[in-house]
Design a protein around this ligand. Sequence first.
Ligand code: 3HC
Ligand code: NAI
Length: 703
Amino acid sequence: MQITDKVSLKVEGAIGYVVVDNPPVNALGQAVREGIAGGIRAADADAAVQAVVIVAKGRTFPAGADITEFGKPPMPPSLPEVCQVVEDCSKPVIAALHGTALGGGLEIALSAHYRIADAAAKIGLPEINLGLLPGASGTQRMPRITRAAPALDMMLSGKPVGVVKAAEMGVIDEISTGDLTANATAYATRLLAESAARRPTSERREGFDDMAAYDAVIAARRAALAKSAKGQLSPFKIVDCVEAAAKIPFADGMVMERAAFMECLTSDQSKGMIHAFFAERQTAKIPEAATAKPRAMDKLAVIGGGTMGAGIAVAVLDAGLPVVMIERDQESLDRGRANVEKVYARNLAKGRIDATQMAAVLERFSGSTDYASLADVDLVIEAVFEEMEVKKGVFAQLDAAMKPGAILATNTSYLNIDELAATISRPQDVVGLHFFSPANIMKLLEIVVPAQVSDDVVVTGFALAKLLRKIPVRAGVCDGFIGNRLLAVYRRAADYMMEDGASPYEIDAALRDFGYPMGPYQVSDLAGGDIGFATRKRKAPIRDPNERYVEIADRICERGWFGQKTARGYYLYENGARVGTEDPEVLAIIDDERRRVGINATSFSVEEIQNRYLAAMVNEGCNVLAEGIALRPLDIDVTLLYGYGFPRWRGGPMKWADMVGLDVILARIETYAKEDAHFWQAAPLLKQLVAEGRNFDDLNKGK
Ligand code: 3HC
Ligand code: NAI
C-alpha cells in the first residue's frame, strides 16, 4: 500500500514493513514524515500485523531532516510528532538501519522499540555541524539509553560511529550481516516468539543509573566548551538539553528541546553552517563537467620532495595510489623520501597503523632523479621552488618525458600558469593544483584553470580531489588565485591597523574573538616569516610607489625573528613553547616605526578590527568575482573556510557579508576611504549589488 509517494506499507505474514524511498539519502521531507506516520498508523490498525519494521531503499536509512526545508514554513507532521507516533505504536517497532542513519533518521530509529543494523552502517547526530541540535527527541531519547558521556560525545563531535560502538552504547540491539530485511524479519519473528514487550525509549532510564556521574559529565563538558566553543550557540544548548533529559519529565524535555532547536535554527550561526554544507557540495559543479569526462589516473608523480611535494605524495598514497617522486639529486631525494616516511612513522608510533600497513603503503612509493621514470605516469604535480625559471626548466623536462595525454600540474602559489603552460608543446594538458600545507591534512584544493587547458584536464583535477577526499574550488589565473589573493589584501588591512595603533596581539585577539582559531600574526609566526620577507625583497623594485607599505615585518625579520622556528617573531616562544607571549621589544619596534613615518597611534576596538579585516576580504572577493577568478561567491566562502581558518559558523566571508548587509559593508569601506583612498576602493561589483538591492546569495543562485 502506497502511503505517500515516498513511503509504502507492505504486509507479509505477521510483519508490516514501512518502506522509505526518497533518493539519494532518504532525507525526511514532508512526504517521508507523513508516510512514516501514516504507515505506522495503518500497520497498527491492521489486525494481521503483529510487528512493524521500518526500512529504507537505496543507499541509506534516512540521513536526517531535509535540510532544504529549513527556513521555510513548517509542514506537518513535524519530525518529533512522527517519532512519537513510532514510539506509540501498540505493536513492537523495529528499525532496520543501513548506510548512514544520521540526525532525524537516527531519532526515528531511537523512537522505535528495537534496532537492528547492517554491519557496515554508521549512526550519528551531526546536527552540530549545521549549528543545530538533535531536534526530534535525540537529546532526550539518546541519554536515556546510553548515559551522558557517549550521548554527548556523539552530539558534540557530530561524528558518526560504527555499529560495534553503537552496540556497546546500547543503541543497536542486533548486528546484521547479509540481507538486512531478511535479518530484520528473522529478528522481528524471534521477538514475537519471545513475546518481547514494546520498549518505549521515553520510559527507559538505564542512562540515568548513576546521577552523580551524569552531573559530573555535564559540568565537565560545559567547562570544556567555554574554552573550545566560545561564541557558539548550539553546543551549549545540547548540553542544557541532555542535562534536562535526566532532570525533568520526558514531555517537558521535548518542549525544551524544541525551543532550543528553533532558537538555533533561526540564528545566523546555523544559517552560516547550512550555507557551508551546501556550498562545499556546489563547488564541484563546474561548467567543464557538463561535457568532459576525466582522464585516467592510475599512476601519479610529484616533482620535489620538500614540504609540499612530500605532503602531496602522502595524500596520494593515503588514497591508495602509487606515486613516484622526482628530485634534483640523490641527497634531496633521500630527504624527500624521509619526509614521506616521517609521516607514516608518526602514524605508527601513535598506533594509527601497524608495521605491515606502513610497509604496504610505502611499497607504492618510489623515488628517482631521472625524469625517464615518468614514462608511464598519468598525472604529475610539480612542487619545486617558487621561481618561474626553475619551474619552466622542470616543465621542459616533463614535456620531453611524459607520455601523450598525461596531465602536467603545478602547485605554484602565485606564479602565472598561462605563462608557464605557453613554454611547452602541450599547454592544453597544464593545470594548477594548489594544495595547502600540510597537503595530506588540509582539505582545500584550488584547481586553477589556465586559458589553454582542455576541459577533461580540469575535470580530472576535480576527480583527483574526490579521490584524495579534498574539497575542490575552481579558480582562474591571477596573482594568488582566490585564497592567497584575498589574503594579501586583508593582511595589508591588518598591517595598516598595526601601524596606526593596534598591537598585533590586539589584532590576533579580535580575530580569535570573531572565531578564527588563530590571528594573522600567530599564523605568520607558525608558518615562518622568512618566505614572505624574501618575497617582499624580491618584489620591492616593482611595488606601486603610491601604495602604503608597512615596514614593521621587515624590521622584525631583519633581526632574524622568523617566528616559532627561531623562538621569536611577533611573539616570544621561550623554552620551546608553542604558544607565544607578548614581546615588549616588538611593541617598541612598532612604536619606532610609527614615529619614523609620523603616525600618532589611535586605538581600535575589537569590532573595528574585525570590520576592517573583513571589509578588505569581502571587497577583494568582489574583484575576484568580477574578473571571473571565482565562479560564484560560494567558491570564495569554501576557499576561506577550508584553506584559511575562517569560522565555519560564520558561513564564509561572502555569506557573512550578506548577513551583515552589503550596504553596511559598502558604507564602512567608504568611511575608511576618507583615511586612505588608495587602499580602500570600493569594488564596482559591490556598489552595483547595493544599487540593485541584490546580494551574494542572488549571485550564487544565478539571479
Ligand atoms: N537534506 C537535504 N539534502 C541532503 C541531505 C539532507 N539531510 N543530506 C544530503 N543531501 C543532499 C546533498 O546536498 C547532495 O545533493 P546534490 O547531489 O544535489 O549535491 C545529495 O544529497 C548527496 O549528498 P552527498 O553528496 O553529501 O552524498 P555522500 O554520499 O557523500 O554523503 C551523507 C551522504 C553522509 C548522508 C551526507 O550527505 C551528509 O552528511 N548529509 C547530512 C546529514 C545531516 O546533517 N543530517 C542531519 C540533518 S539535521 C536534522 O536531522 C535535524 C533533526 O535533528 C531535527
Ligand atoms: P620546498 O623548498 O620545501 O621544496 C622544494 C623542493 O623542490 C626541494 O626539495 C628541492 O630540492 C626541489 N627541487 C627544486 N628544483 C628541482 C628540480 N629542478 N627538480 C626536482 N626537484 C627540485 O618548497 P615547498 O614549500 O614545498 O613549495 C613548493 C611549491 O609549492 C612552491 O611552488 C610553493 O609556492 C608551493 N606551495 C607551498 C606552500 C607552503 O605552504 N609551503 C603551500 C602551497 C603551495
